[in-house]
Each structure stands twice: as structure tokens, then as C-alpha cells.
Design a protein around this ligand. Structure first.
Ligand code: 4AD
Length: 430
């Protein structure tokens, strides 16, 4: 009977078989310790020369790192560790004998590891990040459905910009001129809420970002959510509840992964409290007090975000930014025409910005003025202006960068480890 080593606790004392890969092998005279990964879990198999045949012992000696193998044995409790189980080997077959594996179990430089990303994914840390990423996606889906959002997919080929023309990827599109890879599905799901009330999309988006930071990818996964009849205050509440839900979900479902990642779990637990809020204006004042020379009207840099969150156990909203540095679709603040009703959510522990959201301009004339003022090609936004012609309502939404959230919750330094095959300004392969 083939089982996964993650289910060993249910089979103590039984003869079982597992299939997987040899991660590591250590010998101590007539005993060999094999570290096996079967994809679902990691386990130790112990082979004693005295209790197996000479042929099986020879197979064990032959097996190389990353060889695919099949092992039979008896499940036993680990002699020293509580709740840990191991396999006492009775038989081992090599399914494929791996060639000399390029990634040794020692430190390699990041470029070498990224060049071997297709193999590096098998390491413990990458395994944990892949699983955590999957859990975070499940948490998104669960929370959003619980709050009556449904999934509506948005296109990737688009004729216009959502987030400014400077980061667009352009591609020739048959006889129809140029198409651009989507920077965010927001404009399309704004159309869909007039049909279904609340919806979200979740897929890859593209930014021709020239920035070489630890937080920027050129292809990343964005979850855009949009809701009719939701205004600024409620929009912030939905974002806050979503993030708390995701963190709780990971603490509940990803204990093994978070332990492997050596994540400070206590810090994650502290996120379960009301988030802090500063208006942009307050944030600038606070930054000046903290010694920053940022000027009103400038975007916040990584250092500014770090200063604003360094003493906080919970993520911090910076809301109501100057209109001049934000996209055309954001709603003007009725109390101050120079500001918009938007927010950025900054994560703790140097996680940086994880969400950008806003109430949308629902007034036909104000929106049209903005489209014109920004020099956007009017006809490409005609369908979007239709949404303000026919049954326009107050509405809001936000976009979460999946890899930013994975980076924060996993405690990973560089975002390139938070997506299986990263694309950055300097990397297209493998
Ligand atoms: O703040 P952004 O640009 O917002 C939008 O695109 C809106 N249209 C979303 C919406 O309201 N539906 O991006 C949203 C989030 C950021 O907060 C960040 O988490 C992530 O997307 N992000 C990136 N992640 C990785 N690499 C990049 N180059 C990113 N740019 C943005």
C-alpha cells in the first residue's frame, strides 16, 4: 500500500510503501539515514545493514541525491522526537538514478539558484513557500465568497492602460494595432459589478517596471476586488478583514511551512487587532518628525514605508493621497478637492505595500475631465465612461499583490522566491 509520509501517524507499526525522491543521505557505519521527500511531506527512513538483504543495501549505497525511489518499510515513532515518525527500511528500489545533482545542500549564490529555479523548487524552503502561496490563494477565495464576491475573469490583452502608460508592455495585435498586457483587471470588474454586485479577478498582471527592488516583478499575480455601493470607509474595512482572515488561515493551515521558514509566529499573531491609519497628510508630518525630508506630493519610498510601520504590530493604512500622483479613476475627496479617496496598506516587518485601493470616481463629468487631463486616448475609455452613463453608483475596490503577501507572511527577503518562475527586468529564464 502506497501512502504519503504525512500520514505515518495513522500507520504506526504497519508495513507501508512510499514513493518519492532522495533528498539527503548520511551513513553511520552499518546504518544509513535517508531523508525522503514525497511532495506532501518530508521524512526519515533508516536502513540497517543487518536487517536487509545485500542487494537492497547495494541499492541504498548506489542511490544519489534526487534519485527517484520507492521504499518499503515499517512505520515507527522517532526514538527522540515527539510526534515525529520514521520508516525502518525493508526494501528500496531506484526508479531513476539521478545524475550528479547541481544543487548541493550548502549555500549557493542567488544567481546560480535562480538559473536552476526548476530544480531549486525542490528545496525545503521553496517547498514551504509554494505551499504557503497556495494556502494564501485559498484564503482569498474563502474570504471573498463569504463576503458575497464572485469570480469574474478579466482579459490580459487590453487596448488601454489601467495604471499609467509608463509601465505598459506593448505587443502587435494582428490588424488591430497594438495591444497591451493588463496591469490590473480593475476597469473590467468595475463593469461586472453592475451585473453581479461584488466580484473579483485573480490572475497574472504585467508591469514594465524598471525598478530592481526586492519587491518588484514584471509579471505578478493580482487579486482585484470591486463592490457596488461600497464607499471609502467600508472599502478599508473589507481590506482589513481580508488580511486578518488570510493571516489567521495561514497560522491554522501552514504550521509546518511557517516553522520550516523560521517565521516569527508571535508577530503574525499580533496582526489580529485593528489596523492603524494615517492620512497621507498625517503620514508626511510623522515622517518629518522621524527625520525624513520627503515633500508633500511625493510618493512614499521603501524607507518611508519602513519608518511608518517600524513600531507597529499591525499593518498601516495610508489614505487620502494627493490627486496629482494617483490614477485618473480615483474619486475626489468631497472634503478636499486636491485629495482622492484611496489607500495603500503597508505590511509590518518591512513587508511594504501589499494593497492599493480606492473609491472610484462615479461622476461622469469629473471622470471625463480626468481622462482628458491625463492625455489618455478618449475613445479607448468610452466603454468605461458608459459605466457612468448608465446606472452609475458609488463603488470601491482594491488590488492585492499575491507575491507581496507571500513575501510578508513567509518572511522572505526577496520577492523572486515568492512566485514559482519569477520575471524581473533582468530575468526571463527558466
Ligand atoms: O497599487 P496598484 O498599482 O493598484 C492597482 O493596480 C489597482 N488597479 C488595483 C485595484 O484597485 N483593483 O497595485 C496593487 C498591488 C500593490 O499594492 C502591490 O501589492 C502589487 O499590486 N504590485 C506589485 N507586486 C509585485 N511587483 C510589482 N511590480 C507590483 N506593482 C504592484
Amino acid at each position: 500500500m502506497y501512502i504519503s509520509s504525512k500520514d505515518f501517524s495513522k500507520h504506526i507499526g504497519e508495513e507501508v510503501a512510499i514513493k518519492g525522491w532522495l533528498y539527503n543521505k548520511r551513513s553511520s557505519g552499518p546504518i544509513v539515514f535517508l531523508e525522503i521527500r514525497d511532495g506532501f511531506s518530508w521524512t526519515q527512513a533508516v536502513a540497517a545493514k543487518a536487517s536487509i538483504s545485500a542487494e537492497v543495501w547495494a541499492e541504498i549505497e548506489k542511490a544519489t541525491q534526487e534519485s527517484a525511489i520507492e521504499i518499503n518499510g515499517k512505520v515507527a515513532k522517532h526514538p527522540k522526537k515527539e510526534n515525529v515518525f520514521e520508516l525502518q527500511v525493508t526494501d528500496l528500489k531506484i526508479i531513476q538514478l539521478a545524475e550528479n545533482y547541481p544543487i548541493a545542500l550548502k549555500d549557493h549564490g542567488p544567481d546560480f539558484l535562480m538559473d536552476n529555479r526548476h530544480l531549486w523548487l525542490r528545496s525545503k524552503r521553496q517547498w514551504a513557500i509554494l505551499r504557503l502561496r497556495d494556502a494564501i490563494k485559498s484564503a482569498f477565495y474563502s474570504y471573498l465568497h463569504q463576503e458575497n464576491f464572485i469570480n469574474v475573469d478579466s482579459p490580459i490583452f487590453t487596448p488601454n492602460a489601467c495604471e499609467g502608460a509608463t509601465t505598459l508592455f506593448k505587443i502587435p495585435y494582428f490588424d488591430l494595432g497594438d495591444a497591451y498586457l493588463s496591469q490590473s483587471g480593475q476597469l473590467y470588474i468595475e463593469a461586472a459589478i453592475a451585473s453581479v454586485g461584488r466580484c473579483y479577478d485573480f490572475g497574472p498582471v504585467f508591469r514594465a517596471e524598471k525598478s530592481k527592488t526586492k519587491r518588484h516583478l514584471t509579471e505578478f499575480w493580482m487579486m482585484d476586488a470591486e463592490a457596488a455601493f461600497v464607499e471609502h470607509e467600508q472599502n478599508l474595512q473589507i481590506q482589513e478583514n481580508l488580511i486578518r482572515f488570510i493571516v489567521r488561515w495561514c497560522l491554522e493551515h501552514c504550521q509546518e511551512e511557517l516553522t520550516l521558514l523560521e517565521r516569527n509566529i508571535e508577530n503574525l499573531r499580533k496582526v489580529d487587532a485593528p489596523f492603524k491609519r494615517y492620512t497621507y497628510t498625517e503620514a508626511i508630518e510623522k515622517l518629518h518628525q522621524l527625520g525624513s525630508d520627503i515633500k508633500f506630493g511625493e510618493d512614499l519610498g521603501n524607507d518611508d514605508e519602513g519608518l511608518l510601520t517600524k513600531d507597529s504590530d499591525v499593518p498601516v493604512f495610508i489614505h487620502k493621497w494627493p490627486k496629482s500622483i494617483k490614477p485618473f479613476y480615483m474619486k475626489r475627496d468631497p472634503e478636499n478637492a486636491g485629495l482622492v479617496l484611496n489607500d495603500d496598506l503597508i505590511a509590518t516587518e518591512n513587508g511594504g505595500e501589499i494593497i492599493g485601493g480606492s473609491q472610484r470616481e462615479d461622476d461622469f463629468n469629473l471622470l471625463s475631465e480626468k481622462i482628458q487631463a491625463e492625455g489618455l486616448i478618449g475613445e479607448e475609455y468610452e466603454w468605461y465612461r458608459d459605466l457612468r452613463r448608465y446606472g452609475s453608483v458609488p463603488h470601491s475596490g482594491f488590488g492585492v499583490g499575491l507575491e507581496r503577501v507571500v513575501r510578508w507572511i513567509s518572511g522572505t527577503e526577496h520577492i523572486r522566491e515568492c512566485i514559482p518562475f519569477p520575471r524581473t527586468i533582468a530575468r526571463l529564464r527558466p
